[in-house]
Design a protein around this ligand. Structure first.
Ligand code: ZN
Length: 186
């Protein structure tokens, strides 16, 4: 990279980071450490940036913004205006229908993810990797071992439905999964 040159993509990535941090302000992760929610978003985006060699800014922006529609007041049109139609469409693809019961939403992720775009699949794998890491470093208080194990199994089922596109990302998931599995099945 040329020194002293801030590219247009970098500016847009920083804008997406700033926007995501503002939209999720006040939200915390479920775990006992109650980490700021934005840590999850930057972890997912970093995983995507690293495993795709920095070649897909739309995917990385999608990683930063992937929970905005689901968990904040942001709409598809807001994202389209600020970050363009590709980013907005990607976020919609990974957004659950919150009018459905939780169990149904989880079942649908396993069923529908194999039919989604390449970017949506990569984003799902990065999301589940971050969530499994979070379960190990900061398990949610009040979750039984059975609930933790169920989450680990479900995350694996979602990733099994869409893996095989990026070996580095699959490997990152496998490491997180192996650690979580060992922890909660010991
Ligand atoms: Zn997420």
């Amino acid at each position: 990279m040329e020194h002293g040159k801030v590219t247009e993509d970098l500016v847009r990535l920083m804008q997406a980071t700033d926007y995501a941090a503002r939209q999720h302000v006040g939200q915390r992760r479920k775990g006992e450490r109650a980490e700021p929610y934005v840590n999850h978003l930057t972890e997912v985006a970093t995983l995507l940036a690293e495993t795709t060699g920095g070649n897909d800014p739309v995917l990385v922006m999608g990683g930063l913004l992937h929970d905005t529609i689901e968990d904040t007041g942001v709409t598809f049109d807001d994202l389209r205006q600020r970050f363009g139609p590709e980013v907005a469409a990607l976020v919609v693809e990974v957004t659950d229908d919150k009018s459905l019961p939780k169990a149904e939403r989880k079942r649908l992720q396993v069923e529908t993810t194999p039919h989604k775009s390449r970017r949506a699949k990569l984003l799902k794998i990065a999301d589940k990797t971050s969530n499994l890491r979070g379960l190990v470093t900061s398990p949610p208080t009040g979750w039984t071992r059975e609930r933790l194990r169920d989450y680990v199994d479900w995350a694996e089922a979602v990733v099994r439905s869409c893996r095989g596109l990026n070996a580095a990302l699959d490997a990152a998931f496998d490491r997180a999964h192996a650690e979580a599995w060992a922890r909660f099945n010991a």
